[in-house]
Design a protein around this ligand. Structure first.
Ligand SMILES: [Zn+2]
Length: 149
């Protein structure tokens, strides 16, 4: 019988830690030396990086890829923050435009209904005019008729 238990593996993204006093990011392994964990970390500096142990992190922090990533990390964070804010603003703008569209569509529906009613009245008036023309034997000329039937 095996003493090993099956532990589910989870994946997490590694992010550098911010030093408030120095106002900069630095690397800190989320795994302590000789600690066993079931989390596999990936670092955005290089796709496919799987970091599990303290040693993995220490080696990774020393690579050129990662050093460059850490050096630019504050810009990356700033860009991500700007993109997040931009997305938020666009979402708000989109919502506002959608509401405006609903209002405009309602106005168009109401105008369409008014036009339909006016068309109906105009057709009725034409019928009346036809009837009067037939009874009186005259032709009534309409200036600028809205319809040419
Ligand atoms: Zn990295």
């Amino acid at each position: 019988m095996s003493s090993r238990a099956i532990v589910p593996i989870t994946c997490e993204k590694y992010t550098p830690t911010f030093d408030i006093i120095l106002d900069e990011y630095y690397d800190q392994s989320p795994v302590k030396s000789r600690e066993r964990n079931s989390i596999i970390y990936t670092c955005p500096c290089k796709s496919g990086s799987n970091l599990r142990t303290h040693t993995d992190f220490i080696k990774h922090f020393d690579t050129d890829h990662h050093k460059s990533y850490l050096k630019n990390y504050s810009n990356i964070v700033e860009n991500e923050e700007n993109e997040k804010n931009e997305k938020k603003e666009l979402k708000i703008q989109n919502e506002t435009l959608n509401r405006l569209l609903v209002i405009k569509n309602k106005i168009i529906e109401e105008k369409d209904e008014k036009i339909k009613n006016k068309d109906k009245k105009i057709k009725e008036l034409y019928k009346i005019i036809d009837h009067i023309e037939n009874i009186m034997g005259i032709e009534i000329k309409i200036r600028n008729p809205p319809y040419s039937e």
